[in-house]
Design a protein around this ligand. Structure first.
Ligand code: AP5
Ligand code: MG
Length: 209
């Protein structure tokens, strides 16, 4: 297969990053997360991008495309996480990089606020932990590199609520758009491990198509 391009969509804290690791390890895809890319550039980001992220608002479309699209061009088989988040972004993606399948994690909001409170991340790799559900071997330390883990400044409950509100406000037309193209697969539940077998089966099917 020459190209395989998938998108994963879901509310903040729904487990996009967690499921993405399962998908990319199993199928050899490159994980491209818009949020991870933004965080990796960190202090070199413009003040308006840093502020938008801290407040749980979306960064402007042109800026996010400048970060994401060059990365998409560098790889043939990828899983895109965190993009698109608006109808405009969805149209722009399909114009420039048509995708093969869209995985939608449909996780209730109540599950999410609690989860994000315990999240720890390794910024350089994007590896994700949870203090209760998926703890690192040594508290506060990345299992692979031994480097310190960090908590995200946008994981405080008030900012999480803003991110959830933004998500619900923007995502409906995005999901409708992909549904109209017959690309949308919806997975409803709270446990990433319980959703995984169905997702794995479907991705395999789409890759073999
Ligand atoms: P981004 O980094 O994309 O954040 P997000 O969409 O809010 O999603 P998260 O990364 O918070 O959650 P996730 O679904 O990956 O969950 P995870 O697997 O970590 O974006 C951040 C910001 O960047 C945005 O607010 C915006 O400002 C900007 N931005 C990014 N893309 C943009 C775009 N396209 N346009 C404009 N602006 C953009 O899981 C969460 C936690 O739960 C972890 O601790 C994990 O270990 C734990 N967990 C996962 N699954 C389970 C489970 N089943 N049981 C228990 N714990 C679990
Ligand atoms: Mg994530």
């Amino acid at each position: 297969m020459k190209f395989f391009r998938a998108v994963i969509v879901g509310p903040p804290g729904s487990g996009k990053g967690t499921i993405s690791s399962m998908i990319t390890e199993t199928f050899g895809l490159k994980h491209i997360s818009s949020g991870d890319l933004l965080r990796r550039f960190g202090a070199s980001q413009s003040p308006s991008v840093q502020l938008a992220m801290k407040q749980g608002k979306l960064v402007p479309n042109e800026m996010i495309e400048d970060v994401v699209f060059p990365e998409l061009r560098r790889h043939t088989h990828w899983l895109l996480d965190g993009f698109p988040r608006t109808f405009m972004q969805a149209k722009s993606l399909m114009r420039q990089h048509p995708v093969d399948v869209v995985v939608n994690l449909n996780v209730p909001d109540e599950t999410i606020v609690n989860r994000l409170h315990g999240r720890w991340i390794h910024i350089a790799s994007g590896r994700i932990y949870h203090s209760l559900f998926n703890p690192p071997k040594v508290a506060g330390v990345d299992d692979v590199s031994g480097e310190p883990l960090e908590q995200r400044s946008d994981d405080q409950p008030t900012v999480v609520q803003r991110r959830l509100d933004t998500y619900h406000k923007e995502i409906y037309p995005v999901l409708e758009f992909f549904k109209g193209l017959n690309l949308l697969k919806i997975y409803t539940g709270t446990e990433s491990k319980a959703l995984w077998p169905e997702i794995q089966k479907d991705i395999k099917h789409f890759m073999e198509k």
